[in-house]
Ligand binder design. Structure first.
Ligand SMILES: Nc1ncnc2c1ncn2[C@@H]1O[C@H](COP(=O)(O)OP(=O)(O)O)[C@@H](O)[C@H]1O
Ligand code: SF4
Ligand SMILES: [Mg+2]
Length: 322
């Protein structure tokens, strides 16, 4: 098995001007993603998903502070404060942003988008980039007709497909998609997810999907990590996590979304992820946790759940979460 992504004790922070301290958006993440996996990062807004995804995709803002390591296919791209994604960003790992509307240049045709990306990456000329554009657009269900269109002439779903085609054209082995369906119509969501899943299955592209919607994970990802306040608090096969969530937070996430075929009252999540400025020595979910007790005053470690070798949870009392 080849590792597409590996992070070692990764911490990412941003200076909070008001507090004059670093807010740690990602805290001590150790993660391994195999080549060809489809992997979801799930959690509420503010839990650190985008920051972690951006570190993998090589698009952290310059003011972000990094500690620890990130490897993309064996290449060390983050080594504490030094970050070097040359030859990786855009080529090996590509990113599909949340809002396709603002990521395409309104003054360029779709054909030109392909040309400029492929010229910059591989020095391809117009005719070579056009033939690659036609080939990859067909893989995402679009015809060559749209090559002459400008982004504003396309629907949201078509723009999202163009971005996926651009990532494919660049030969990306890893695609990171941040909330890929949040800006498209509900009717188009299944199509976009189906397309990403096809790329994963047919072309073995490693997929990393960021979502706040835990039920979306089952549609596409074979493994899921649940993030809370910058940490991975539960990780394992998606089917097992959805059937038998072990972290009280995962359970809460599931209770606030409708699940097809399951009738249940929806409980909104009270509170929000805690913003963390210093190392803490207690469980970050303690204030919101219905199971919290005296042992939760110490930080839980990642504990194997035992129902599957890949299922781990960061909670002292996971046995009691039924
Ligand atoms: N570019 C940034 N500059 C400063 N703070 C940021 C930046 N991006 C994210 N944050 C902060 O980091 C935390 C995690 O954010 P983010 O990674 O976007 O989480 P999520 O994707 O789960 O919503 C939030 O508190 C957010 O305000
Ligand atoms: S360690 Fe304690 S506070 Fe944290 S999630 Fe588990 S039960 Fe809740
Ligand atoms: Mg986000």
């Amino acid at each position: 098995m080849v590792l597409a992504v590996k992070t070692v004790n990764l911490r990412i922070g941003y200076l909070d001007e008001e507090e004059e301290k670093i807010q740690w958006a990602v805290r001590g993440v150790d993660l391994e993603i195999q080549e060809g996996e489809s992997f979801c990062l799930v959690g509420e807004s503010g839990s650190g998903k985008t920051t972690l995804a951006n570190a993998i995709a090589g698009i952290l803002p310059p003011h972000a502070v990094t500690q620890g390591k990130v490897y993309i296919f064996d290449k060390l791209v983050v080594d504490d404060s030094s970050r070097n994604y040359n030859g990786v960003r855009g080529r090996i790992v590509n990113y599909i942003p949340q809002n396709p509307g603002t990521s395409l240049n309104p003054f360029l045709t779709i054909e030109d988008h392909f040309y400029y990306v492929l010229r910059d990456l591989y020095k391809y000329d117009k005719s070579k980039s056009k033939s690659i554009a036609i080939e990859t657009l067909s893989k995402v269900g679009l015809t060559s007709e749209i090559l002459d269109y400008y982004p504003h002439e396309l629907s949201g779903g078509m723009k999202q497909r163009v971005l996926i085609a651009l990532a494919l054209a660049s030969n990306a082995r890893i695609i990171v998609a941040d909330e890929p369906t949040s800006s498209v119509d509900a009717s188009l969501r299944a199509g976009i997810l189906g397309l990403l899943s096809k790329l994963n299955k047919e072309y073995r592209v490693t997929l990393i999907i960021v979502t706040h919607d835990i039920k979306m994970t089952s549609a596409i990802c074979n493994r899921t990590a649940v993030m809370y306040s910058g940490e991975i608090v539960e990780i394992g096969k998606t089917s097992i996590i959805l059937q038998s969530p072990k972290h009280p937070y995962t359970r809460m996430l599931m209770e606030c979304v409708p699940i097809l075929g399951v009738e249940k009252p929806l409980k909104p999540l009270p509170g929000e992820p805690t913003r963390i400025f210093e190392d803490i020595s207690w469980c970050s979910f303690r204030e919101r946790c219905p199971y919290a007790s005296v042992e939760c005053k110490t930080t839980p470690s990642m504990i194997p759940v035992g129902d599957d070798e890949s299922h781990f949870v960061k909670c002292w009392r996971f046995h009691e979460v039924a």
